[in-house]
Design a protein around this ligand. Structure first.
Ligand code: SF4
Ligand code: ZN
Length: 111
């Protein structure tokens, strides 16, 4: 696929996109790639199409984020209002303390 040639993760160590399941796993290395990826919407669409169910895809931790299909759809249609950690870009889940990242404790910002 054409968009994959523009993927920020091209050449990245594939293992980082498959961290252990939460709470042991750490998605931060992979999220750093997705955060600056120019084809994140295309990546999210492909993940929805194939229903790939593990690892980090389009900045979403499929085994760590509840309701990941909904999150991916938001990215595809470009109107996500999810808040993410300033430092690691992890989604701030509503269950967590307001303004605090579950991974590194940093403050949240809207994407
Ligand atoms: S959004 Fe993330 S997983 Fe998808 S192509 Fe870009 S860097 Fe790779
Ligand atoms: Zn964080």
């Amino acid at each position: 696929m054409n968009w994959q040639r523009k993927a920020a993760c091209l050449g990245a160590p594939p293992g980082i996109f498959h961290p252990s399941v939460p709470p042991r796993g750490d998605p931060r290395q992979a999220l750093a790639y997705c955060r600056r990826c120019p084809v994140i919407a295309e990546c999210a669409a492909e993940a929805l199409r194939t229903r790939r169910g593990s690892g980090i895809v389009a900045g979403i931790w499929l085994c760590g984020d509840r309701a990941w299909p909904k999150l991916l759809r938001e990215i595809v249609f470009g109107h996500t209002a999810r808040k993410r950690c300033v430092k690691c870009w992890r989604i701030i889940e509503s269950a967590s303390s307001p303004g605090t990242c579950s991974l590194c404790g940093f403050a949240e910002i809207p994407v």
